[in-house]
Design a protein around this ligand. Structure first.
Ligand code: NAD
Length: 440
């Protein structure tokens, strides 16, 4: 098999990183998106979102001419494998919106109708179990040379390129052995050291993705539920509890960090889609509903601390450090910062914000209703409360002096658990999952 030519349809967080990583590995790659503005930016070497290494990879691939960008889906005809990476967001009731996927699939079937050579369509977007089998495959059933497989993606925003280069597992969902073999051969060319590949049927592949995300969301809501108890118990700190249980290999330490709850474009929408989907099979579906409810409730835990500090008043200034849903990303989709800021605006508070990457995206939502600060001291200046909402490295190293020197009153709420409480014992320091501390 010669090196296949790759097309990636939908150049969002997943599609663009996938496209540049392919080009970096010397696969001829065409990135396709309906958004002309994005295409123009990408052609000139400017990613329209932040992801570590992305700009560098993009520019290297443009230089070697291994990557091209287009808004014309017909370009797939020049390629052998098409990865579909369009969004699968939530509808108003939390169900999955498959309209972007449907549109791409129907248009692809028209374009690939008479293709002479074999074309592999890889569904990489996160879709509910049975979607590929019942919605995607039937569209191509009568087209001789087109094959369909499912290949869910597990990358994490903020670490997307590393995750694509070193995945913990590759899952290939297939309806027959030959289709899966084609994708496996491509992966064997892609990786010098091939990761484990699991071959399953189409629907199991989709179920694996949802189970993966549902478990991660459950772990976060679990530790946040524990954090809310710890917060009431003298001298108890959820970080120590999480550390201890994480040492038990049956539990594991990942995703046991108490905080403001999960956000982003995946976990909230995937847990909602799973709840809607499983209504057919499990009428009570208590666990996933609870995971979602605990997550929504978590933001109110932060507001409760502000209330306990007597800071809810229209004349008070609050500084927020961190707007992105996680560090190393400028993504604010479903970020807890949005819900908190909306609430504080309603209370009439003056809000100053800082984030190393996500300020532009935040400004698109809040416009001039809040104050955007370029530096941390600027953000803290004259404020009466500082709320840390994202675990950026630059916040982890903050010392008490920067707060006491700049703030009007040094009330600090660490909702991400990134500061060491004992360093801040002389300031009015509160944190998620930190019980009242007595000084010995
Ligand atoms: P996104 O919303 O950032 O990007 C989707 C892109 O598809 C956009 O650029 C949009 O313009 C484009 N698009 C829409 N319709 C199109 C069409 N007809 N033709 C071509 N392009 C079109 O989405 P994302 O965050 O990259 O997620 C993509 C999929 O991958 C989703 O199903 C998501 O659940 C899944 N996923 C996301 C992540 C993540 O961390 N973001 C991780 C794993 C899986």
């Amino acid at each position: 098999m010669n090196k296949p030519k790759i097309s990636v349809i939908g150049l969002g967080f997943v599609g663009l990183t996938l496209a540049v990583v392919n080009a970096k590995e010397n696969f001829e790659t065409i990135g396709i998106d309906i958004d002309k503005e994005k295409i123009e930016k990408l052609r000139s070497g400017k990613p329209y979102f932040y992801e570590p290494k992305l700009k560098n990879y993009l520019n290297k691939s443009l230089k070697t001419k291994k990557i091209h960008f287009s808004d014309d889906l017909n370009q797939v005809l020049k390629t052998d494998i098409s990865f579909i990476t369009v969004g699968t967001p939530s509808t108003a009731n939390g169900a999955i919106d498959l309209s972007y996927l449907k549109k791409v699939v129907v248009n692809l079937s028209k374009i690939l109708k008479n293709k002479k050579s074999t074309h592999l369509i890889v569904v990489k977007s996160t879709v509910l179990p049975t979607t590929t089998l019942q919605m995607v495959s039937p569209v191509f059933k009568k087209i001789k040379n087109v094959r369909v497989v499912s290949n869910p993606e597990f990358l994490r925003e903020g670490n997307a390129i590393n995750d694509l280069e070193k995945p913990h597992l590759i899952v290939i969902g297939e309806s027959n052995r030959k289709d899966g073999d084609t994708l496996e051969k491509y992966y064997k060319m892609f990786y010098k050291k091939i990761p484990e590949i699991l071959r399953v049927d189409l629907t199991s592949a989709e179920m694996i993705k949802y189970t993966n995300n549902a478990f991660l969301a459950t772990k976060i809501s679990f530790i946040n539920s524990i954090a809310n108890i710890c917060q009431k118990l003298p001298n108890v700190d959820v970080n120590k509890i999480a550390y201890a249980i994480g040492k038990d290999s049956r539990i594991g330490s990942e995703f046991l960090k108490a905080g403001p709850g999960f956000g982003g474009s995946c976990l909230p929408k995937d847990i909602s889609a799973l709840i809607e989907f499983t209504k057919k099979y499990d009428k009570t579906n208590k666990l996933f509903k609870a995971v979602k409810e605990v997550n929504i409730y978590q933001a109110s835990q932060i507001l409760q601390i502000i209330k306990e500090m007597n800071l809810f008043a229209s004349n008070k200034t609050i500084s927020i450090l961190g707007l992105a849903f996680k560090a190393n990303s400028d993504d604010v989709r479903e970020a807890v910062s949005i819900r908190i800021v909306k609430h504080l605006i309603k209370k009439g508070m003056k809000i100053k914000v800082h984030d190393p990457m996500a300020m532009n995206n935040f400004q698109k939502i809040f416009g001039d209703k809040i104050i955007y600060c370029k530096t941390i001291p600027d953000c803290l200046k004259n404020s009466e409360c500082c709320l840390i909402l994202t675990e950026w490295n630059e916040y982890k190293n903050l010392k008490p002096l920067i707060f006491s020197k700049n703030m009007h009153k040094s009330n600090i709420i660490d909702a991400r658990r990134i500061l060491e409480p004992s360093d801040f014992s002389k300031l009015n320091f509160r944190a998620i999952g930190l019980g009242p501390q007595s000084v010995n």
